[in-house]
Write a protein that binds this ligand. Structure first.
Ligand SMILES: [Mn+2]
Length: 348
């Protein structure tokens, strides 16, 4: 291209930084970092959980939160939120004005899994106590149990995965990434568990039988293709509180080179996005996680971490676009103002 003298050069104020995605300290979408949960004042709190001690095959997903944060910076523009050309408008603009914060990572205690899990639960509880929605970035799938146990009930859990993660406890192994949902099902506050995208030929009959016997809804990939989102949502009451756990391997193997447990015949991005949109529209999503991105296995462009950041950003955009969310956000703002006022009175 040659310079077109008729094409005016857009200039911005000299004080406005460009902040390319590779510049600066990578908090999630460059949200403010706020690690003191007692003074947390936000609608959405992004929490990293960098542990992969539940990965019996290839470790490395402990580096997932950092990689996903880095790729999340690619969705940040000076205008706030992100622009969706297919919908012709911006999303998360309001939220990016200070309502999303990055609370950093749960503290990880190598070889002390129960201590690590306690730290994860404590941070999730702190976020919930402050009235914010936890958005959790793993880590391997073992982390979902200590996250979900921090929630109150009744909570409907939607688990998107190629695998059941319902392995019986043998040889004292209870907290690998394939045990998590056997624990979650037993939590008193969990009203229902729906497992979607199940297809792995490494599943066992025992996992399948136990999950069904425990009253869970199992939606295999074939069933999902046949019936779509309604098969997942029809059994969950409208506006019910819902936790969504996304294993990146619910997507097709070809999309996720940086995932050790990738499987063929998974969802396309569109299938996953449309399901997440339907969940956001019908239920009250009170938290979600995305797990099993392993940057050490990823290709050089980091597409798996990029895709993970893309899913989190896109899902958040859909959640925050619901009238239900906007009402909730207004109520949260009132509560926070009342609390600040009360604290001010005590301080004075
Ligand atoms: Mn999986």
């Amino acid at each position: 291209m040659t310079d077109n003298p008729t094409d005016p050069v857009t200039t911005s104020a000299p004080s406005q930084r460009l902040d390319m995605p590779f510049v600066g300290i990578p908090s999630f979408m460059r949200a403010p970092v706020h690690s003191d949960l007692h003074s947390l004042d936000a609608d959405i709190a992004v929490l990293g959980v960098p542990t992969d001690e539940g990965s019996p095959f290839m470790p490395g997903s402990r580096f997932g939160p950092r990689a996903i944060r880095e790729h999340s910076l690619r969705f940040v523009s000076g205008e706030g939120g992100y622009y969706d050309p297919q919908r012709g408008r911006r999303f998360l603009q309001r939220e990016m004005g200070g309502l999303i914060v990055d609370v950093g990572d749960a503290d990880i205690l190598p070889t002390n899994v129960s201590g690590t899990f306690d730290n994860i639960t404590e941070m999730t509880s702190g976020i919930l106590a402050a009235g914010a929605m936890p958005v959790v970035i793993g880590g391997d799938h073992a982390i979902t149990f200590p996250v979900v146990r921090a929630f109150g009930g009744p909570l409907h859990v939607i688990h998107l995965d190629a695998h059941f993660d319902y392995t019986p406890f043998v040889h004292g192994i209870m907290h690998s990434n394939s045990n998590a949902f056997r624990h979650i099902r037993k939590l008193a506050q969990v009203a229902s568990l729906c497992q979607v995208g199940i297809r792995s030929l490494r599943s066992t009959e025992v996992m399948h039988r136990d999950s069904v016997a425990d009253g869970n809804q199992v939606v295999t990939m074939d069933e999902f293709r046949l019936h779509g989102a309604p098969v997942v949502l029809d059994t969950i009451p409208k506006n019910a509180s819902c936790y969504v756990s996304i294993d990146i391997d619910v997507l097709d193997l070809s999309l996720v080179p940086g995932c050790v447990s990738a499987e063929p015949d998974g969802m396309t991005y569109r299938e996953l996005r449309d399901l997440l949109t339907a969940i956001a529209e019908r239920t009250d999503v009170t938290g979600f996680d995305l797990v099993e991105v392993n940057p050490q296995l990823d290709v050089a462009s980091g597409v798996t971490a990029y895709l993970a950041a893309h899913i989190v950003v896109d899902f958040l955009g859909r959640i925050c676009d619901q009238p239900r969310w906007i009402e909730k956000s207004a109520r949260r703002a009132q509560k926070r103002a009342a609390r600040r006022h009360a604290e001010g009175v005590h301080d004075g």
